[in-house]
Design a protein around this ligand. Structure first.
Ligand code: AP5
Ligand code: MG
Length: 214
């Protein structure tokens, strides 16, 4: 199964992708996580990406698309995957269409993850992420067993630099302007599947599995 997860910041794309990837043996490819890894590794790409991410802007497509293409080309042909956070603009969607046509691996569905806007700020301001393995927690709904420490790998939990209120606002505006048009794009291709993720992650997964089976 080859899927895209689309949706505003904080709707739970990463959390849901991780649950579905475990359930269906899919590779979870998050461009946001890949870029944060480049920042942690102090690469040139990471330095450039950080200047955009810290402001809540999109990183230029030529930087993101090259790392995305490399990771897709490295996968065995039969390996299913979830693209979480890519594409994020029409030019990226067209680039992906071309890449997948070359690889002869068409998409199965584009999942639009949705929650009411007022929940987004709550979820993002309570999110902490493991600096080592990227596991995501929520201090309100899904706290770690030990404060500040990742249950999975013992790494340090940090708040993302772009989860400050003013940057969240900018990310939401960028989503409206650049990414939302993709809903129409994939609806026209009859690939769009909508999933409400406003209850628990487990219920979100249950709804997602039902929607994909339809
Ligand atoms: P990215 O990392 O992709 O961030 P995002 O799209 O803004 O989305 P988030 O990761 O913030 O939210 P999410 O939907 O994954 O929610 P999560 O599961 O964590 O991108 C970051 C930046 O990188 C961009 O701003 C851009 O600069 C750059 N970038 C990335 N891709 C790019 C591209 N293609 N082109 C250009 N630039 C790019 O959940 C959020 C919180 O809610 C967590 O605390 C979680 O525990 C909790 N939660 C999740 N689900 C539930 C639930 N069902 N119930 C209760 N709590 C829940
Ligand atoms: Mg995410």
């Amino acid at each position: 199964m080859r899927l895209i997860f689309l949706g505003a910041p904080g709707v739970g794309k990463g959390t849901l992708a991780s649950l579905l990837a475990n359930e269906k043996d899919l590779v979870h490819i998050s461009t946001g996580s890949m870029l944060r890894q480049q920042i942690a590794d102090h690469t040139e790409l990471g330095k450039e990406a950080k200047s955009y991410m810290d402001k809540g802007e999109l990183v230029p497509s030529e930087l993101v698309s090259s790392i995305l293409a490399a990771s897709l080309k490295n996968l065995p042909e039969e390996q299913g995957y979830i693209l979480d956070g890519y594409p994020r603009s029409l030019d990226q969607a067209e680039y992906l269409d071309q890449l997948l046509a070359e690889l002869k691996t068409p998409l199965d569905a584009v999942v639009l993850v949705e929650i009411p806007t007022e929940l987004i700020i709550n979820r993002l301001s309570a999110r902490v992420t493991c600096a080592d393995c990227s596991e995501v927690y929520n201090l309100n709904d899904n706290p770690p067993k030990k404060e500040g420490i990742c249950d999975k790998c013992g790494g340090k939990l940090i708040q993302r630099d772009d989860d400050k209120p003013e940057v969240i606002k900018q990310r939401l505006e960028v989503y409206e302007a650049n990414t939302k048009p993709l809903i129409d794009y994939y609806e026209k291709k009859e690939l769009l599947v909508r999933v409400d993720n406003s209850s628990t992650p487990e219920q979100g997964l249950h709804k997602l599995l039902a929607a994909l089976a339809d």
